[in-house]
Design a protein around this ligand. Structure first.
Ligand code: N2P
Length: 365
């Protein structure tokens, strides 16, 4: 049932919009006793091009807190950084399955809801995600899908199947002109989907088939990249790319040849979340910042800038119609039903990592 709800949420996000706009001033903070103080700086560790720079300026103007942003390219990179003891990040943005892993590892602080009145702006469908029931540790930031971006000048029909990336006859036509995400769960997941398996498979046989497919594909791959693949399309270095929906739409704003399609076999649906590491230096300031990002106008600014869907029901009235009405951003229920969430695969995680290392090393001297 829960899964059904998650799969149909896109529609409901659109028709939502009932939540009240609450004043953004926080009412309390950490440390018990004294008045909480805002830090002068906040350290945000985020995906690349994943927040409207004007939002950071507005936060600084309003609260006098300068946001220092650093970026990561995968959930595994973010996890490794925290596991290595990196302190100094106040707000991080892990995806769903990684939130679950980080909670288990004790890496995430519990949120003080008194400092987050704007949480009521969230669509109720996002209030109880399976990876963090009751939003104890994180609040959803943006959500989207993983599929295929392409140059419309090169394709007569949208490349709406993983076969364009994996089938030797099709994929070899784009040799040296395709990129895959540098992301072990997403790229192994795409191979699994092409083979007709779940992208959360823990079956060794299936995973070995996915590995062999990725190694076979490598001869046609220009790069494994999660940060510049849309620019490579624009620069005509590539014509087809595995990637995240909004990144392609953002690129399409500048280059109308670029478009995005969700493969008919289904792809990934994911939600990224605002969380505070237990090692954060400024938890209260982090909560004030998260509360600011939950303001409907601010949430809409980020959605409009990134072309990703907002889980904030109250933001809908501020979201540009070209974002809100785009079926590849807010997919219809029948498309949503065909998408899978990446889940924590537990004991199989090292196998995924090993496969990815083998794929990256294949053919290299
Ligand atoms: C933005 C990356 C999207 C995050 N450049 C994928 N979870």
């Amino acid at each position: 049932m829960k899964r059904f709800i998650w799969r149909t949420m896109a529609v409901l996000v659109v028709v939502g919009g009932l939540a009240l706009v609450v004043a953004c001033q926080p009412s309390g903070g950490e440390g018990g006793g004294g008045e909480p103080q805002l830090a002068s700086e906040l350290h945000l560790y985020n995906w690349s091009e994943y927040i409207d720079p004007d939002v950071l300026t507005m936060f600084e103007d309003e609260f006098g807190v300068h946001v220092v942003e650093d970026t990561f390219a995968s959930n595994e990179e973010l996890l490794a950084k925290l596991q290595a003891g990196a302190a100094g990040y106040d707000v991080i943005v892990p995806s769903d399955y990684m939130v679950e892993i980080m909670i288990e590892e004790g890496l995430l602080a519990e949120l003080d809801v008194d400092n987050l009145p704007n949480i009521s702006n969230l669509d109720p469908l996002f209030a109880n995600p399976p990876y963090d029931p009751g939003l104890v540790h994180c609040v959803p930031y943006l959500w989207g899908t993983t599929g295929i971006g392409y140059n419309t000048d090169v394709f007569d029909e949208p490349p709406d199947s993983w076969a364009y990336l994996f089938d030797p006859e099709l994929a070899s036509q784009y040799a040296g002109q395709m990129t895959m995400l540098n992301d072990e769960r997403e790229s192994i997941g795409a191979a699994l989907k092409y083979l007709g398996y779940s992208l959360n498979s823990t079956n060794e046989e299936e995973l070995m088939q996915a590995r062999d497919l990725l190694i076979q594909q490598k001869q046609w791959v220009y790069a494994y990249d999660s940060e510049q693949y849309e620019d490579l399309l624009s620069a005509d270095e590539t014509v087809i790319a595995h990637g995240w929906s909004g990144d392609f739409f953002m690129a399409a704003e500048e280059d109308e040849r670029i478009w995005y399609v969700i493969p008919r076999e289904g792809g990934t649906v994911w939600a990224d979340n605002l969380c505070i590491p237990t090692s954060a230096a400024s938890k209260y300031t982090a909560e004030v910042f998260i509360n600011f990002l939950l303001r409907p106008d601010i949430s809409a600014m980020n959605s409009n800038f990134t072309w990703y869907a907002s889980p904030n029901a109250a933001a809908a009235e501020f979201v540009d119609p070209e974002v809100l009405d785009e079926p590849a951003i807010y997919p219809p229920p029948e498309v949503m039903a065909n998408l899978e969430w990446i889940e924590d695969v537990g004991d199989s995680t090292p196998l995924y990592s090993r496969i990815w290392t083998e794929v990256k090393a294949a053919g290299e001297q």
